[in-house]
Write a protein that binds this ligand. Structure first.
Ligand SMILES: [Zn+2]
Length: 124
């Protein structure tokens, strides 16, 4: 599984291993925010790919616990009732993240649209 994106600054295409995204926590507008980013090897610009605040981390924790119940149900051959629930949480999570992202872009952070190549990615 790889992440591909184009550097916002020098427009050079990058192929990265998701496990190698750098992480940091910053306090922006009074919120503690976890950020994931890649540093462009060509121009050293920081390309942000993910942001989380307390609200989205809360949703993510809920999502993971629902997903776990779903996997167990599938294993036991039961039809899970969790997938609708998981979807709702995921929509909520995406909304929180995209609002946070807009706020951070106002603060001068550059987020990039990235593509994931490969499977077993849950969009987080
Ligand atoms: Zn660059």
């Amino acid at each position: 599984m790889k992440v591909t994106f184009e550097c916002y600054n020098c427009k050079v295409s990058q192929v990265e291993n998701p496990a190698e995204a750098k992480e940091k926590t910053e306090v922006i507008n009074g919120q503690s925010i976890d950020l994931k980013y890649y540093e462009c090897p060509v121009c050293r610009a920081l390309n942000y790919v993910q942001c989380d605040n307390a609200g989205s981390k809360n949703q993510l924790a809920k999502y993971l616990s629902v997903a776990k119940i779903q996997i167990n149900a599938n294993r036991q051959g039961r039809r899970g009732k969790q997938s609708g629930k998981a979807k709702k949480i995921q929509i909520h999570l995406r909304r929180i993240r995209s609002e946070l992202q807009k706020e951070l872009e106002h603060n001068g952070l550059h987020f990039v649209d990235y593509k994931v190549v490969g499977d077993d990615y849950v969009g987080m």
